[in-house]
Write a protein that binds this ligand. Structure first.
Ligand code: 5BU
Length: 275
């Protein structure tokens, strides 16, 4: 049987994974299911945007490998901002290799992702060993993993039985896998709806969200916050809709857009709660 719609607060109380619990609690406390994706290449823009959107978000999503002037102090500042504004951090690393290699990529190198990123993600394409590899590093640190069960891009191959297998892999490792990057609820997928009680509580974080345009010139597709919440997603991930497309970042406009998307995501959630 599918779940009735549950509040973030109710789910936070029962969730067994510390990172998932922390995210659900933050969403509830800040009345924000907005994750801002900060895909800019200059350190100054990266930190300025995060400082401005911080009050409006539950989560900041990073691609640290695109920062041209990366240096370790960026991470210390990011962690300070995370405390100042009360948000979690999600490095969108999309691991995709054998267990041994992803464990090294997660723990080591220039970025040392596991040491600061509360949540990260992986492609299920290598099979369950990718989870075992990442869990060997992340679990002792209380981290959480998302599997990429679906993508927002035109022509994505992550559909059908691939998505279903991703959900089964997550279910078998739900002490570390807290949910998915996907476009709809993944609870109950691959289970027989007639004879199995659906006790999944996977978080679904959803990119491909925009209020003003339907896509970009490189295959991205956007839906509105209301559309994705109604499809069973929990967190809206917004990048260019908030920080714009030009080379110059207009910091006042960034703040206005962050508040606009926070309000849109939260009112979509409140509507569902009242149904
Ligand atoms: P945008 O500017 O809102 O289009 O940015 C979307 C972000 O989400 C960007 O960092 C992508 O790497 C990320 N993303 C995505 O857009 N679609 C997906 O299916 C996955 C990640 Br997985």
């Amino acid at each position: 049987m599918p779940h009735k719609f549950r509040s973030y607060a109710e789910r936070a109380q029962k969730h067994p994974n510390a990172a998932a619990r922390a995210l659900l609690e933050t969403i509830d406390r800040k009345k924000s299911n907005l994750c801002v994706s900060v895909d800019v290449t200059a350190k100054a823009d990266f930190l300025n945007i995060i400082d401005v959107v911080g009050p409006y978000v539950c989560l900041v999503k990073t691609h640290v490998d695109i920062i041209e002037d990366f240096e370790p102090s960026i991470i210390a500042t990011l962690q300070d901002l995370s405390k100042k504004h009360d948000f979690l951090i999600f490095e969108d690393r999309k691991f995709a290799d054998i267990g041994n290699t992803v464990a090294l990529q997660y723990a080591s190198g220039v970025h040392k992702i596991a040491s600061w990123s509360h949540i990260t993600n992986a492609h299920p394409v290598p099979g369950p060993s990718i989870i075992t590899g990442l869990a060997s590093v992340g679990k002792p640190l209380g981290r959480g993993l998302l599997l990429l069960a679906e993508m927002s891009t035109k022509g994505s191959l992550a559909t059908g039985s691939y998505t279903e297998e991703a959900v089964k892999m997550a279910r078998a490792h739900n002490d570390f896998v807290i949910g998915f990057i996907a476009q709809r609820s993944m609870n109950g997928i691959g289970k027989n709806p007639d004879d199995v009680e659906d006790d999944d509580d996977f978080l679904v974080l959803t990119p491909g969200v925009g209020l003003d345009v339907k896509g970009d010139a490189m295959g991205q597709q956007y839906r509105t916050p209301e559309e994705v919440l109604t499809a069973g997603c929990d967190v809206i991930i917004v990048g260019r809709g908030i920080y714009g497309k030009g080379a110059d970042v207009d910091i006042q406009a960034v703040q206005a857009q962050a508040e606009r998307y926070r309000a849109a995501g939260w009112s979509a959630y409140e509507k569902l709660l009242q149904l």
